[in-house]
Design a protein around this ligand. Structure first.
Ligand code: ASP
Length: 370
């Protein structure tokens, strides 16, 4: 069932472009713009808006939020819906994609990462806003958080109601996002997600409600700050801990990593299926503290001992998946996802595989690096 070596074969990312960068103190792609002076007094910050679709760009035939299609309005339509946005920042807009974020993929991620790194390397923007569907916004934010080599703000924004709905939340959210991207205080916080007047970090944020405008929370850490009409107010200092920035993968797709969702009466079919389909990594969305049935534990341990990277996360939605608590990771050869939910644990596992980091101890270290 297992190949002798299960690393990044077939992912298209081997070679020079696929190695882990040194820690953020000496980033692999050095940020040439972080020492750039702040915009001169009287000049506005420059914010580039990269549009990818989502409900914020969604349209329906009437103004209910039923029966709409995500990813219809253009980047310029979104800007035009916010009177006075150009008084906050000098704007430049680009359409990167126009999709529902349920269809978000590695290709768009690489496009975003390349474009953002280019904008910052060229000192062509002081901040970037990405309009995005809310379903996978946290995954895109987390990916960019690991591959954008700049301290400048990268702010992801979406909406829960389409642009044609009554009380559409997109325009106000976009205004807030541009305020944050234009704020010098937003630097050195990694990628941020802004919705409903609230700022979250990529690592901490998660969607918790299917339809409410109050859906994003940071269950383990609380929000990073708030936005109101007058100001951006951070509640925490911008003291990001040093951790590695990864090189942007050379090409899509990244190595396959599957999420296996645990439940009562669980058998190991999902694990065998994942491996059979070529998964190089498996993330367990475990019950409780990253737990699962004996049969699945055995299958996961077997996989881990045959070179598959196996990470235990939890389906619970908050808390830390604790290493070696009820489940003995040392014995099983598994890694605990700590505070990362299964979706983000999957992204990090992919990035580690791209960078040839597959040893359980080293993988565990990277999960702990905030
Ligand atoms: N399905 C939509 C998306 O993620 C939902 C949204 O944007 O709120 O693109």
């Amino acid at each position: 069932m297992f190949g002798a070596t299960i690393l990044v074969a077939g992912c298209g990312n081997s070679g020079d472009s696929a190695h882990i960068a040194t820690p953020a103190t000496t980033p692999a792609v050095s940020d040439q713009t972080d020492d750039a002076p702040a915009p001169a007094p009287g000049t506005q910050p420059r914010v580039t808006i990269l549009a990818t679709g989502g409900t914020i760009a969604g349209k329906a035939n009437d103004n209910s939020a039923v029966g709409y299609t995500a990813g219809e309005a253009s980047a310029q339509d979104l800007i035009d819906a916010v009177p006075g946005l150009d008084k906050i920042a000098t704007l430049h807009a680009e359409q990167i994609a126009n999709i529902g974020s349920q269809d978000m993929n590695d290709e768009v991620w690489l496009k975003l990462a390349d474009r953002i790194n280019q904008l910052f390397t060229d000192n062509a923007a002081d901040g970037v806003v990405i309009t995005h569907g809310t379903d996978t916004i946290e995954e895109t934010a987390f990916f960019l958080d690991h591959v954008v080599a700049s301290d400048k703000p990268v702010v992801l924004v979406g909406s829960m109601r389409p642009s044609t709905a009554l009380s559409a939340d997109g325009p106000a959210n976009l205004r807030s996002a541009v305020q944050v991207a234009a704020a010098r205080d937003a630097r050195n916080r990694g990628a941020l997600v802004v919705l409903n007047d609230t700022i979250h970090t990529a690592r901490d944020v998660t969607k918790t409600n299917t339809t409410s405008v109050q859906t994003f929370v940071s269950p383990n850490a609380g929000p990073e700050g708030f936005v109101d009409a007058a100001a951006v107010r951070f509640t925490k200092p911008a003291a990001r801990q040093a951790r590695a920035h990864f090189q942007v993968p050379g090409s899509a797709p990244m190595p396959r990593v599957d999420i296996v969702y645990s439940h009562a009466g669980m058998n190991a079919d999902q694990v065998h299926d994942a491996i059979g389909h070529g998964a190089k990594g498996i993330v367990l969305a475990g019950v409780g503290d990253g737990n699962t049935s004996e049969e699945v534990v055995d299958a996961l341990s077997d996989a881990a001992h045959h070179g598959v990277v196996v990470v235990r996360s939890s389906r619970v939605g908050s808390g830390t998946t604790v290493r070696n608590a009820e489940v003995n990771d040392d014995q099983l050869g598994t890694v605990s996802a700590l505070d990362l939910n299964p979706a983000k644990a999957r992204v990090l596992t992919q990035l580690l595989l791209v960078n040839n980091i597959t040893d359980a101890g080293q993988v565990q270290q990277q999960f702990a690096a905030r």
